[in-house]
Design a protein around this ligand. Sequence first.
Ligand code: SF4
Ligand code: SF4
Length: 317
Amino acid sequence: MKRGAPPPVPAGRKLYPATPPPTRGAISWNMNTSCNYRCSYCTQRFIDDRGRWAADLPRFMAAFAALPGAWEIKLSGGEPFVHPGFLEAVAGLAKLDFVVSVVTNLSASQAKLADFMQAVGPQLGVLSCSLHLEYVDIDDRPDQRDTLSAFIDRCSFARDHAPAGASVCVTCVATRANLAALPRLRERFAAAGLTFKIQPEKQDREVIAYTPGERQALVQLGGHNLTGSIAPDYAGQPCWAGARYFVVDDRGEAYRCYPARRYRTERLGNLLDGSFTLAPLPAPCRYRYCNCTVPIARGMMPRAAARETTHTTRGPT
Ligand code: SF4
Ligand code: SF4
């Protein structure tokens, strides 16, 4: 958890008008803390209990169904495929007409991926496949438990079985150990027809202090999830998060966005106990580092603002 209050918004910052109301809202549902991996850079590695999962799926389904308007729900964890009710949740949300997106380490077998495709059907939005090189051997050595070629095969299987309009992409955390390999990985995935995105490494919830040369390399790779920035800063800008985007965990605790949850500010209540409320309108962002690429990608804040204010080193605390 981030301690203390967010740093103030700098005075005199140019402010932009709010973007148009999103036709579809988006929810990041961290449905479990459990994961079959233990990546050294995992931002959740300090969570006390990494064995939790959303247990009362019918209550979650009822709460999601009661939301006003159209929504996309992006399932993540931990690793959502290890949630014991993952396929049940996917099928339930698809039946309720939600667009269903998933962030996964793609360690699931092809057979389980096929089950997922059947459960989600035409409702799939984005399948975001995280490549973790501490578990996937980039050199394809046959004695390793998973290899890059096998990972690409699973990505391709998912892409080939995804419904029209859905997308399958690959992400990789730009640790210093990974940096040199990232351009080669991008080419390898491009050759397979897959979009490759990098994510800056974070320590203590802030982007690590990359050198200028490393920052340049990350920007050349598209910045965080192809946003063009390493650490976007929308502080002071109007943002629809809290009204048409929120994050919710396995216990139903809901916050405006990830920075809000880190600072324990802008809590929206609990989705399961009747205390949850959405804001009616966009409101100024209070945070100096936005790592919420879901609302960024869906145009929920004026992106032109980040070009003038983006931090490219460790963000302020
Ligand atoms: S796969 Fe993701 S959730 Fe699991 S340990 Fe690695 S970074 Fe953390
Ligand atoms: S941190 Fe990002 S998602 Fe959160 S309010 Fe600011 S701009 Fe919106």
